[in-house]
Write a protein that binds this ligand. Sequence first.
Ligand code: ADP
Length: 758
Amino acid sequence: MRGMVLFPHMTLNFDAARDVSVKALEAAASENSTVLLAAQKDISTEDPSFDDLYVMGTIAVIKQVMRMPGGVTRVIVRGIKRAEIVECYADKGYLRAGVIEYDDVLGGSALVREAYMKRLRKAYEEYFSQNPKLTADNFMRVMSVYDLGELCDTVAAEVELDVASKQSLLDETDVSKRVEQLIIYIQNQLEVLKIERQIAQKVKERVDRNQREYYLREQLHVIQEELGDGDGVKEETDEYIKKINKLKAPKDTKEKLLKEADRFSKMPASTAESAVIRTYLDTVLDLPWNKSTKEDFDIKKAEQILEEDHYGLEKVKERILEYLAVRRLTEGKSSAILCLAGPPGVGKTSVAKSVARALGRKYVRISLGGIHDESDIRGHRKTYIGAMEGRIMAAMKEAKTKNPLILLDEIDKMGADYKGDPSAALLEVLDYEQNAAFRDHYIEVPFDLSKVLFITTANTLDTVSRPLLDRMEVIKLSGYTSSEKFHIAKDYLVKKAVKNNGLKPSQINIADAAIKRIIDCYTREAGVRKLEQSIGKICRKAAKQLLETNKKSVRITSKNLEDYLGKERYHFDAMNEHDEVGVARGLAWTSVGGETLSVEVSVMPGSGKVELTGKLGDVMKESASAAISYIRANSKALGISETFHKTKDIHIHVPEGAVPKDGPSAGITMATAVVSALTESPVRNDIAMTGEITLRGRVLPIGGLKEKSLAAYRAGITDIIIPEENKPDIDDVPREIRDKLNFIPVSSMDTVLRNALR
Ligand code: ADP
């Protein structure tokens, strides 16, 4: 046999082709049907003699002989027992041998044999579990053998061993030795199997990694092609990569963006995530990385433009020009941010627009009113659904240049809540040191804001956070006087409104008296917004009229004004006709400018109650208490009965006006009215006053002197009492009014009373 060893009890099925073998089989079949099957030592030997064979073989019974086409003889044999060749003959054209038969030698007790049996079975079980070539049939065959020698031979036939090893097992007639030898072989084979598996695993992993990616990507392309969106993604990605490479941005930024583009290329176009990346890349690439406008700053030209766009506002224009000059000399470094503060409609926004025009910068406005979340300024991280860039980056996108003028409108209306303080984020935006690498949460890569000129506006500075305020250079724009409003309307607003409503200047004529009446009777504001709206309304009505009546032009006078604007809305509190007891005129500063307010006091016999009515804020109530305490403490000097607080009831009333009034400036007015009522000496009708009072009778300074003076002047008052410390503010009052009013600075309540009471 070549490359095969037959063990006793085994059935074997093989083809015999060599002449000697076929002859031997035929001879055996014709005699007793038994053959000795012995393996040749070297399988390459073609015509072996006895020396080329192992001496130990197996006697086998021939079960079947079949002649196959091509001269091949197929035989099925079954091994019977071991036999050793002792004599040999080669006389009949085949090999014949005289043999000694061997039975298995079983040593040791039954217990020992059982232990061998168990050990061998276990080894086989392990081998079976590790070798995928063996089937359940093989396993059952082995497990159904109960003779140790037979078991050993059965297992030996199944384990993959070379011929020499198998032969060595056949050579061994002592069963326990044979089992031991077999177990060693099995262990070796297990080891081989293990190493084989490890190698296979390693190779597989390596192949996997390379193949998998390639395979998946190919698959993806096929899917994308099937869906009809594969090619588009590639083109889009290429487009992105081209754009990114062109950006004037730091290397890190470009790398990060290229990474995103790569991610985009690997994603099917129809997924939500791909849409997120697309929006992101579009947004980032839309930012003005490369573009800026040329700044041509000429102070003369700037002055001219500011003058062209605005009437009056001398101080404001002056301050702005100074600011721009400094900015120019320091090349934009270290200059504070401009903050234009003042009531609505005084021209804050339009001044900022003019500045942009003067500098040749793009103008973008961000309204901060109602913002109370940090992410409004700084954006949401793009992992959030519907995430967007913050307002600052949106403004940059809108500006399309790196150096626009950004107006941060209504910075005072910005709030803070648990989601973070937007003013902290804004601080970073405005800080020259930090904003060269401003980081928006959505954009993720830093963006340079250092070339941007920021201007902010506010109605009041009370609600602006302290650190923000410190960064800003505040320019105050207070309200306009009636005559300023008149000029603004005549020279700017009417022209603008006529043009905006598609009229020609020749088609409409608004008389000066009509404009004055609009200012006094249809609007009550510090700025000119309502005035502008009213003029717009007139123009619209006029346009309609022109079309309806075929008239050449329309003229608006103070007489027919009501046809256009309806009934008058406001009447000024004129001064009282006579001096009166218990009525004093104060001056208030409201969000729409100045106003006069009369304080009325009645004194009745009673038990010392003090009643306060009218639209009063907390500060006014405290002013009233302070005034009464002052009077009680000084009753003797004032000539008032010392027991008035027990025998008289006092009622203080502030008639309700159009706007609620509050603020620490009505103390001396209340005290004057109460003293007048108690002493029954009348208060002068041509005097008005403003100032807070302490318990010792000192008069404290107030704010808004300009607006208050305007209100007093409008009401026909000639003298106003102001706190001593406000004397420098008189310079702020427009000359035309300053000249017509008599300011009486006071530092104590006695002086107030001496001047106010007849
Ligand atoms: P604000 O921003 O202070 O609320 P705006 O700038 O919107 O006010 O001004 C309202 C309108 O009044 C604008 O049309 C503006 O051009 C006009 N305006 C305000 N002040 C002046 C002025 N001094 N000269 C000419 N027009 C003015």
